[in-house]
Ligand binder design. Structure first.
Ligand code: AMP
Ligand code: MG
Length: 347
């Protein structure tokens, strides 16, 4: 791959236009959104989109989310065959925001975006800089998370630079992401609406608007060998730090005892604030025990810090609750752990 000089663009009106220009010319820009930083390209230009896969080392069968800056952009850019009623309801409740909706795609969507599926994922982000860049470019932007494939998603411009320097044209620095966890993904392309990836918009919130909502089996469980993933991204070991993350299914006291009995220089606890005084190993805290929103916000940053500390090769965490935003924390952590769970109740 040819090494590029990656510009770091500060948050100014001039740089919004600069980012838009690069994107219109088929280049790649790391852009801030409220969830995580995205690696954006013109969604209607298959060649530009193909560069995203090369820069990330992303498997070609993993489709991308298309970002727009107004609900009407779906129709204006002719992205889908038909807008389902449920999409209108969800957009009214949650857009702009961290919800991605999958619908039947139109012919305009390049195969690179949909990875050969007959659907397209669409999101209207709330981050003002993301909206301004999309509006200035006046094109929909395909953007997966701006990390190297398999690494934790980036929540600051610095994270993006660490992974993407030399691989893309520019990174736009819009500050730290407020949600810090990727969007909720729901498919509206089938009979019943189904959550494929949990996020800040919870299953409970979606049910309040739609009534019936299913949760895809792959959200909380490992796919059986050879099974087809409804959301291809869910089948990969994802969000993984280099250190081995091991999840413990146990009570709070058992967690403390277990970790302390495995205390060593290279062992850490990925834990909650309340655990810190009782633990005898280096701690990386996700936040307060019942504050799943903070835990979601801190998760990727703490996973990166475990590796940055240089000497940790094992991090123990608890299996989180699946309630509310807890489901999103559960879904990411269990992938970071490569589905490795030690059930202390059964030991
Ligand atoms: P990322 O942008 O890297 O956070 O990943 C986007 C996620 O959305 C991945 O898990 C994809 O598999 C999923 N996704 C995107 N488009 C589709 C689609 N058309 N059908 C199913 N899942 C999709
Ligand atoms: Mg990703």
């Amino acid at each position: 791959m040819k090494l590029l000089k990656t510009l770091l663009l500060t948050n100014t009106a001039e740089n919004i236009n600069k980012a838009a220009e690069i994107l219109k010319n088929g280049g790649l820009v790391g852009i801030p959104t409220e969830t995580v930083y995205g690696l954006a390209a013109n969604a209607l230009n298959g060649k530009a989109v193909a560069k995203i896969f090369a820069a990330k080392g992303r498997p070609m069968d993993n489709p991308l989310i298309v970002h727009i800056a107004d609900f009407n952009d779906i129709e204006r850019f002719n992205l889908v065959r038909e807008i389902p009623e449920n999409a209108k309801k969800l957009a009214k409740a949650f857009w702009p925001g961290p919800l991605t909706m999958i619908m039947k795609k139109s012919d305009i969507i390049p195969d690179e975006v949909s990875a050969g599926l007959d659907t397209v994922a669409v999101r209207f982000p709330s981050h003002p800089a993301a909206q301004a860049i999309i509006k200035a470019a006046d094109i929909p932007l395909a953007a997966p998370s701006a990390n190297l494939s398999g690494s934790p998603s980036p929540t600051t411009a610095e994270h993006v630079m660490n992974d993407m320097n030399g691989r893309i044209e520019a990174v736009f620095d819009g500050g730290a992401c407020s949600v810090g966890l990727e969007s909720t993904v729901i498919t509206l392309a089938g009979e019943v609406s189904r959550v494929l990836r949990p996020g800040g918009i919870t299953v409970e919130m979606l049910k309040d608007v739609l009534g019936e909502v299913e949760v895809d089996n792959a959200v909380l469980h490992k796919l059986a060998n050879g099974a087809k993933a409804a959301s291809p991204g869910m089948k990969y070991k994802h969000y993984a730090p280099k250190a081995n993350v091991i999840l413990l299914k146990c009570s709070d006291d058992e967690y403390i005892d277990y970790v302390n009995s495995h205390a060593a220089e290279n062992v850490a606890a990925l834990c909650c604030d309340e655990d810190i005084p009782s633990l005898k190993v280096k701690t990386f805290t996700l936040g307060k025990r019942n504050d799943y929103i903070s835990q979601a916000h801190n998760l990727f940053d703490e996973l990166r810090k475990i590796d940055e500390s240089g000497k940790i090769n094992t991090a123990y965490s608890r299996l989180p609750s699946t309630e509310g935003v807890g489901m999103a924390v559960y879904n990411r952590l269990i992938r970071a752990a490569g589905f490795e769970v030690v059930d202390l109740e059964k030991v």
